[in-house]
Design a protein around this ligand. Structure first.
Ligand code: ZN
Length: 182
């Protein structure tokens, strides 16, 4: 689905909306178009227009209520943190096939958190089995950690973006990045 980044009046990104909603808000005079997709059009018998990639809501004075500094915990972000590699042997794995490995197994009380879940290949996961990892037994290339954002960002947007590839025009408004390392 083609989507637009929606800014409030202060230029703070608030949400990601469908292209239909973006055009509806614009046609009602409730938003102005900041940027467009160069190669995406909406055509009607009377006109053709480029689909907006960023809109600014002219009647939205509110600021986001909920900010976060932490990247949401999910499979895709675990994979990105570990750079798509098994943390035990370094082999490349795919997002679809990697094993979501609990460093301290759940059966031994391990939590499903950033600090206890890593990307692993099937071979290492089977080798490790249901045991607690011991120093020297299986070496971890990198200890698990919770990635921080460089600046606090609206939580709903951070959540939505973690499942999407942002359009290049959004980069001017997405003012935070994921800090690499601890
Ligand atoms: Zn491995």
């Amino acid at each position: 689905m083609i989507e637009a980044l929606a800014l409030n009046m202060a230029g703070i990104p608030m949400d990601i909306v469908s292209w239909k909603k973006a055009i509806t808000l614009w046609s009602m005079g409730r938003a102005i178009i900041i940027a467009e997709y160069e190669d995406r059009f909406v055509r009607s018998p009377r006109f053709t227009m480029r689909i907006p990639s960023i809109i600014q809501c002219v009647d939205m004075r509110v600021m986001p209520r909920n900010f976060t500094n932490i990247l949401p915990f999910n499979r895709k972000n675990i994979y990105a943190r570990d750079q798509g590699r098994c943390v035990y042997c370094g082999v490349k794995v795919t997002l679809a096939s990697f094993t979501f490995d609990h460093v301290i197994p759940r059966s031994l009380g391990g939590d499903t958190t950033w600090e206890n879940v890593v990307t692993a290949c099937t071979t290492c996961n089977n080798r490790k089995g249901n045991k607690r990892w011991k120093t020297g037994e299986l070496h971890m290339l990198q200890a698990p950690y919770a990635p921080k954002l460089t600046k606090a960002a609206p939580r709903n947007l951070v959540n939505k973006l973690s499942f999407k590839t942002p359009h290049q025009s959004w980069s001017d408004y997405i003012y935070w990045r994921v800090a690499i390392g601890h």
